[in-house]
Design a protein around this ligand. Structure first.
Ligand code: SF4
Length: 278
């Protein structure tokens, strides 16, 4: 059994870290950036880490991707555990709570940043891997879904992605992390595009043709010269990741999700060693 207390303790630590300590990949790029507001951006990183205060006022809505092995036993539903970890972290650390209870009528803040969005994937084995995104509203609002004709060419899909980034990318605090979901059903494509955002910048699709498209799209997006904070200097995007899934003969869903320059994400692994005594 994997104890609830263990999962919560580890996740609380990871959620604080994701919000207050810049991830190493992002920092590597930021160190080399010398354009407008570079000092302020770098100082922000230092001050946040030293004082454990958020890197951005928008401390996001949490989206979890749980890969749950079939031999794993939990004390409670995983969604309950993750939601409690979010609640405790955000309340105890006074991180901004950014979730409202219903989307169009009252829009009343839930005051603890819950619920989180939880996706569960059932896998083989005794391991539970939890990936997460701290998803700010600015990048979330750029999410797009297109249902293209199945005859659409790779060039047309590539042009579409570049067009969206060119038109809207500045609104999401670039450099961006771009996740693309291709195929499946409409909802599957969107889910894949989110999952793509959890990958490391240098990770490439295992299928050569998709890996090549990722690299080509990144090249084209960086030719847009959005730059840090959309000010035209530095990178437009760190990375493009594509996830794909078989699809219906009559459809071609294309989903595009974005993350902003902070790329706040994490991954934690737990193993169920078969013990029930904790
Ligand atoms: S897009 Fe990212 S950096 Fe910009 S305000 Fe939102 S969370 Fe903060």
């Amino acid at each position: 059994m994997i104890k609830t207390t263990v999962v919560e303790r580890v996740l609380r630590k990871e959620l604080i870290k994701a919000n207050t300590v810049i991830n190493d990949e992002v920092f590597d790029y930021l160190k080399r950036y010398n354009g407008p507001f570079c000092s302020a951006l770098k100082e922000n990183v230092v001050v946040s880490k030293q004082n454990l205060i958020p890197l951005c006022q928008d401390t996001g809505m949490l989206e979890f991707f749980v890969f749950l092995g079939h031999k794993v036993v939990l004390e409670e539903p995983v969604e309950t555990i993750l939601t409690r970890a979010v609640k405790e972290t955000y309340v105890a650390n006074c991180f901004r709570t950014s979730v409202v209870d219903d989307p169009i009528f009252q829009r009343k803040n839930t005051l603890d940043n819950t619920p989180a969005v939880v996706h569960v994937f059932h896998t083989q084995g005794n391991q539970m891997t939890v990936k997460f995104l701290v998803k700010g509203g600015g990048s979330e609002n750029l999410t797009r879904l297109f249902m293209l004709s199945p005859t659409a060419t790779v060039q047309e899909i590539s042009d579409l992605v570049v067009e969206v980034v060119s038109a809207e990318g500045r609104k999401a605090c670039p450099p961006l992390n771009v996740g693309i979901g291709l195929g499946g059903t409409a909802d599957k494509a969107l889910l894949l595009s989110r999952l793509a955002l959890t990958k490391s910048f240098n990770e490439r699709n295992s299928r050569h043709c998709y890996a090549h498209l990722e690299v080509e799209l990144l090249r084209r997006i960086n030719e847009l010269h959005l730059g840090y904070q959309g000010l035209g200097c530095g990178l437009s995007a760190y990375s493009v990741h594509i996830e794909f899934f078989p699809t219906h003969i009559a459809t071609l869903p294309v989903a595009i999700s974005f993350d902003c320059y902070l790329s706040r994400r994490g991954v934690v692994e737990f193993v169920d060693n078969g013990s029930y005594d904790g």
